[in-house]
Design a protein around this ligand. Structure first.
Ligand code: AMP
Ligand code: GLY
Length: 445
């Protein structure tokens, strides 16, 4: 089949790689020239992925029969609707269904309206004064979220990025003044404490097909410190669970997602594509932190690197509303670590040269996925976003870490990576955290 892949990051690189191993011819649209995707594509267009008219014209010109949209921005811009209207089935929801991600206020409101479990205490506001007086009435620490898209960088938590509820009020003002995340709406939530996990599932609007769980690391620096980022790296385990998440927690998260797609259907916003729930295991059980309308980045690399079966047909059938569950998962652990430009999180250095010895990396057994880099005349340079990722699979995650570290000798440039992701020490800490959280919920780990 002729397939269009939209997006130029690591997530789209692994999606293209999976689609490319099957009997497909790929075309791609991306805002940066990703060398991995470039190589897998018969032809490509460099363009903002939100320019729906340009993408539609390219899709028509190349005669693609199916499109897979990777990032959230084109989904919010309605690319799914535009391509479907042009007769091209699309993996990725239309604009109204994508609001589950692009409007945090809509997502919270949906759970509330349908009595779906997992919401923290929250309220949405469209003016700063009402938000401020609500914060004044809060007895515990709050979390401030611009309602719209911010690339994972707009949420601020009292006790982490903000010192006090007074600073939270100042941040609310800033959101409206500077138009952060659209600047029209803000969500104020109670601060939850616990361990976060990601559950991704294919959805045909009625059914879900879940992938193994994975855990991302949002903070820029080791030991989970520093600013929030798009995600610095992630791991998954052979049994599809996590050191702190047991089967019943996972069932609960999936149940919340199942009720959510049923609610979306009732709202006339049938969700076809990939629903990704960011959850937190707390002393009060599983809570929903946010929904995303697309594969997770970096966690897509963990789950897709262990996915076996006909990937094209799985995506196509989900998009067509009749999900065919022909996928299964290799029983191994995975670790993925991003390399990001110096200064990433605050002031990333863009345009600096990278050197990557692909052959030597492949010899270590690690996999390399390109992210937001540019490649011109064989020269690779950084953009302001995450540059590339190294991934390895092994029975135990810490063995996968060792492979990544060997592969890391063959990359150079002004980039850094978090070396604590997936280590034995980290797994021990996560397991201890899980035992403590389950002790508090009164349930066996
Ligand atoms: P989001 O973009 O909604 O995933 O938020 C980014 C990060 O902020 C999450 O990964 C959490 O670490 C943190 N966060 C979001 N909501 C809450 C909450 N209600 N309580 C504590 N931390 C939160
Ligand atoms: N894992 C973070 C994200 O995909 O938004």
């Amino acid at each position: 089949m002729k397939i269009l892949v939209v997006g130029g990051g690591c997530r789209e690189h692994i999606i293209a790689e999976r689609l490319g191993t099957e009997d497909n011819t790929l075309f791609s649209v991306m805002k940066n020239r990703n060398p991995g995707i470039n190589r897998l594509s018969k032809s490509f267009l460099i363009s903002p992925e939100t320019d729906t008219e340009k993408v539609r014209a390219f899709a028509k010109e190349t005669g693609v029969e199916f499109a897979v949209i990777g990032p959230e921005d084109p989904l919010e811009a309605g690319l799914g609707d535009v391509l479907e209207a042009a007769g091209i089935p699309c993996f990725g929801p239309g604009r109204r269904a994508a609001e589950i991600e692009s409007s945090k206020s809509f997502a919270r409101g949906l759970l509330e309206k349908y009595g779906i479990e997992g919401n923290p205490l929250y309220a949405s506001f469209d003016d700063p004064a009402s938000a401020s007086s609500y914060i004044d009435g809060c007895r515990s620490d709050v979390v401030i979220k611009p309602s719209g898209l911010t690339g994972g960088k707009g949420v601020k938590v009292v006790g982490e990025q903000l010192k006090s509820n007074a600073e939270a009020k100042a941040y609310v003002q800033e959101i409206f003044r500077h138009g952060i995340g659209g600047g029209k709406k803000v969500v104020v939530e109670e601060r939850l404490k616990g361990e976060e996990f990601s559950l991704q599932a294919l959805s045909d609007g009625k059914r879900l097909f879940p992938f193994p769980l994975a855990q991302d690391h949002k903070r820029a620096f080791e030991g989970d410190t520093g600013p929030n980022t798009g995600g610095m790296g992630s791991y998954s385990l052979a049994d599809g669970l996590l050191p702190f998440v047991n089967k019943s927690d996972r069932e609960q998260a999936l149940y919340i997602m199942q009720r959510t797609i049923a609610a979306m259907r009732k709202e006339g916003r049938e969700f076809r594509g990939l629903l990704y729930g960011g959850f937190m295991l707390t002393p009060d059980g599983v809570k929903l932190i946010e929904y995303n309308a697309r594969f997770a980045d970096p966690e897509s690399m963990n789950v897709l690197s262990v996915t076996k079966g006909d990937f094209t047909s799985a995506l196509y059938s989900a998009a067509s509303g009749e999900l065919k569950n022909g996928l299964s998962f290799e029983k191994v652990s995975t670790v993925c670590r991003y390399y990001v430009p110096h200064g990433y999180g605050d002031r990333p250095v863009k345009g600096s040269a990278l050197s990557i010895d692909e052959k030597k990396i492949a010899e270590t057994g690690a996999m390399l996925y390109y992210g937001s880099v540019n490649s011109d005349d064989g020269k690779l340079t950084t953009t302001t976003s995450r540059s590339f990722a190294l991934l390895a699979k092994h029975a135990d995650p810490w063995e996968a870490c060792a492979v990544i570290e060997r592969a890391g000798q063959f990359v150079g440039g002004l980039v850094y990576t978090r070396k604590d992701i997936g280590t034995r020490e980290e797994m021990g800490r996560k397991m201890a955290a899980g035992i403590e959280l389950h002790r508090k919920t009164g349930e066996a780990a």
